[in-house]
Design a protein around this ligand. Sequence first.
Ligand code: UDX
Length: 448
Amino acid sequence: MKIAIVGTGYVGLVTGTCLAEVGMDVTCIDIDTKKIENLKNGILPIYEPGLEEMVLRNTRQERLHFSDDIATSIKDADVAFIAVGTPPGEDGSADLKYVLAVARSIGRHMNNYMVVVTKSTVPVGTARKVRAAIEEEIILREEPLEFDVASNPEFLKEGAAIEDFLKPDRIVIGVESERAEDLMTKVYKPFLLNGHPIIFMDIPSAEMTKYAANSMLATKISFMNDIANLCEIMGADVNMVRKGIGSDARIGNKFIYPGIGYGGSCFPKDVKALIKTAAENGYEMQILKSVESVNENQKSVLFNKIQKHFEGDITGKTFAIWGLSFKPKTDDMREAPSLVLIDKIIEAGGKVKAYDPVAMKEAQHILGDKVEYAKDQYDALIDADALLVVTEWPEFRSPNFKVIARLMKDNIIFDGRNIYDIKGMEEAGFTYYGIGVKPHYHSAIDLA
Ligand code: UDX
């Protein structure tokens, strides 16, 4: 089976590498020559646990190839995945110019029957546009070439992408012919060993599935953030409420952790795009609009707590920040709540000394010298007026609080991810703020 993957971003690279890992002959294609050169030398454009070793191994064993030449690489492929970016336009809708440009190149260079699969998250109706773009090119060639389009949304979580790809909960594929269904079954058969299914459906439903999944998850988070904020006002503890509702299997205990808002490359973009698609078609996504505005407000809750504590004046105060990436185990800074918080602190006259286990370089690209970068998590604390926990990296979970207390000027912790126990913190002499939590009679007992 010969596979071409166009676009060596996050999705393309993980997909290509994992398909090579199970024995397929994969070529990853990108117009960015420098990126391709780097990949040939084992230098990856992103950080993802386990990916580098897997790329090196499969390149060495000649199952994984990299090329900047779509014309030759696409020729004999059985399946071509389009995994290029769909950046949000000004109005929030996904910009399809890269996807359709790739479709046209495929139409110009394909040589035999092929299934062309959209892997990027694209609005409902995109596969139809991809088909039209390829057809236009084939007509110009005056050759009787056959092809099918398919939609195969990805559900990879950053930081766990390889595991998610190799052992998926489900694989969703939208097809419009049996021939395409048979070929796609062959591609994904090696991943079905854990008993989870391939769900074949029509193309618009597959396209919608991705948006519905991400929007549902974003909704759970915004809902819990709203509940957490209300808990604070009413004197309830969201950790108790979370355990209380999460043990109902219909609700489930995953994705109900309050925090400082969701970020990353998927939720913000997909929620916006679905609102936009609906509006263009005369429908208002009322719940999703609220999900989005709750999330925007939530990015400010930690800053509001800081302002309240310091009575509106943080001029000259230094804030240690632990965690910059939008979530642990990734260097991705896209839509990271840390960016909003840092801007607000600086605007109000405060100083920031930040540390992140992996995202320091990525953060420097965006933040430049606006913040000071610490050598390690303890270095960030030296003479700090407060510690702000922004991303729940495992190494921040049980630090040495005696060392923390010694290094800091004042022992105040604003915990944006509720990773510490409020009662324990207060006993250790810290002034502690979490999200929607309060000291609780039962808080030392883990009821989960
Ligand atoms: C997500 C989806 O999980 C994945 O299926 C999809 O393909 C791409 O988008 P990802 O963006 O990598 O993956 O991160 P995820 O682990 O889902 O977290 C998203 C955001 O939600 C993070 O900012 C995280 O901090 C936040 N979150 C998650 C919460 O605030 N509370 C929770 O309980 C869970």
